[in-house]
Write a protein that binds this ligand. Structure first.
Ligand code: 9MR
Ligand code: ZN
Length: 513
């Protein structure tokens, strides 16, 4: 591993360009690779302690170097991986991050190079109750994306993913209409997960257990079970489907109908409890005892979509909250209200919401400024930390739509730099990109084929090394930023997931990268 950490793809001429070096490196050169010419030399900054990596480091700032070329940073014995300064340093990264969703398709004959397979998980699924007993009802819930390295399909993370991809489309300087086709595939499946009688939405569909890690999707033939309707799944569905109604004009009525019926279920079931896997079901749980934020988000999207005052009344007495990850969805509600209610908005409430969003962004920004790597996790690296990295960048970019007091775009870009190698492990967490890309994801099709699908974002460092034995074996006792192992068995640090790719896609799209 190289001891000078940079973004392994590179930088645009006018981007800030910073490398992280060991503390003994007081001077540095930026060397052009084709002729070994030193194009830039300077001193590094003062020593800084990185709590997350447990090291004292120095920062080399070579933002002044704007000449196009391929380079590495060198200081004595230390060097970085090569990188470019280029108008388009990322090549097809954002396309690959989006293309990933094609590889995750369930229920159709998939034409995808080595990873092609016959239609999987297309049999009727048995509805089960909270005790794991079959109710006798069977449903067609084929379609949608496999959630992650496993083949379960879960509504809660699906809602986050759909929202982030649609917002990526909405906020991109050059929106790619392909996004809408891609997302529609998931929406069609989500619609099948709604109970036509009550409007409630089933939490998930999967087999009872995860299958072997080297099994292709069409080889998983155990029976499919649909777990009970849940409060979070139903509110998330109402929110994301109402959001989607703005993007698919021809389907607006159908989508709004589905979303309002889900909302009505939420109103009729105010006490609905936290989802837990029924006995016998051991796949992803996505349990979340608090469904206030999901309901708040749903009310905001439905108010935007319908203008109906009953949603406004709900919002006016709801608790405001923030978050863009599957447990905490408040920020989606805030920005729907802030950006799309026009003169229907309550100006005071709007002001409150704006403050809430700005506080969240400021908190994130402050942590970035105190972190030598320029990212916002402090020492809190949990399962899917790379989602938190990307979601924090997304929060800053959204806040930047309303306030210009901080350089949120530069701070967000540091988060992308981190994901592409500017971290204590010099690890690019995106498969197929960078000199040291993630290569061995906990992703069944990649393991089965023996070749890794490109454009996938790894979960990333997880300070709770007890979460899986591969992680524990390699990283026990290490500082949080280093608790990562590029091993197929590490589901807690090296799985991939639809809702880890989606915020990365948002940030890349927003920044026009
Ligand atoms: O992303 C989820 C993470 O926040 C939880 O800590 C973890 C353990 O419950 O589960 C993660 O989600 C996994 C899901 O349960 C099943 N599919 C793979 C997901 C990513 O690892
Ligand atoms: Zn499938």
């Amino acid at each position: 591993m190289e001891s000078i950490h940079i973004n392994q793809l590179g930088y645009r001429p006018n981007d800030k360009k910073k490398a992280v070096l060991p503390v003994d490196a007081v001077e540095f050169d930026v060397v052009r690779i084709c002729d070994n010419d030193v194009l830039y030399s300077s001193k590094t900054g003062e020593p800084r302690y990185s709590f997350a990596s447990g090291e004292i480091v120095r920062i080399a700032d070579f933002s002044e170097l704007t000449e196009l070329g391929e380079y590495k940073v060198v200081s004595g014995e230390n060097q970085s991986y090569p990188f470019v300064i280029d108008e388009n340093p990322y090549g097809n990264l954002s396309q690959a991050v989006l293309e990933f969703f094609h590889y995750q398709k369930c229920g159709v004959n998939l034409d995808a190079d080595e990873w092609s397979h016959a239609a999987c998980h297309a049999s009727l699924a048995h509805v089960i109750d909270k005790n794991g007993v079959k109710t006798g009802e069977k449903k067609d819930v084929s379609g949608g994306w496999h959630d992650a390295g496993d083949y379960g399909r879960y509504i809660v993370p699906a809602a986050q993913t759909v929202a982030q991809l649609l917002l990526a489309y909405e906020h991109s300087p050059n929106p790619d209409p392909v996004v809408l086709n891609i997302v529609w595939f998931e929406i069609e499946w989500m619609l099948k997960m709604q109970d036509k009688k009550t409007g409630g939405v089933y939490h998930k569909v999967s087999c009872h257990n995860f299958d072997a890690l080297d099994e292709m999707p069409d080889d998983e033939k155990e029976e499919l079970v649909i777990c009970p309707i849940s409060a979070t799944a139903t509110a998330d569905f109402a929110a994301s489907i109402a959001l989607a109604s703005r993007f698919y004009a021809e389907r607006e009525e159908e989508l709004l109908n589905a979303a309002t019926r889900a909302w009505q279920w939420c109103i009729d079931n105010p006490q609905a409890s936290n989802f837990k896997n029924p006995p016998g079901v051991n796949t992803g749980g996505y349990g979340d005892p608090d469904c206030e934020d999901e309901r708040f988000w749903a009310a905001c999207e439905l108010f935007v979509a319908t203008g109906d005052e009953k949603y406004h009344n709900y919002i006016q007495s709801a608790e405001l909250s923030t978050g863009l990850g599957w447990r905490d969805m408040g920020t989606f509600g805030l920005i729907a209200y802030l950006l799309h209610t026009g003169d229907k908005a309550d100006p005071e409430l709007k002001q409150l919401m704006k403050h809430r969003l700005m506080f969240a962004a400021q908190d994130i920004y402050k942590v970035c400024k105190s972190d030598p790597y320029g990212i916002s996790l402090g020492t809190n690296y949990r399962w899917g930390s790379n989602m938190d990295v990307a979601n924090n960048a997304m929060t800053m970019l959204l806040a930047g739509l309303f306030e210009k007091t901080a350089d949120y775009q530069a701070a967000a870009l540091e988060h992308i730099n981190y994901l592409l190698g500017k971290n204590a492990l010099s690890q690019s967490y995106i498969s197929g990109f960078g000199s040291k890309p993630m290569k061995n994801p906990h992703h069944r099709p990649s393991v089965a084929v023996g070749k890794t699908v490109p454009g996938m974002v790894a979960g990333g460092p997880n300070g709770n090394t007890r979460a899986d034995s591969a992680l524990h074996q390699h990283c026990s006792g290490m500082p949080p930023m280093k608790c990562y192992v590029d091993h197929i068995d590490s589901c807690a640090s090296n799985e991939i997931a639809i809702y880890w790719n989606s915020p990365v896609y948002f940030v890349l799209s927003f920044l026009g990268l």
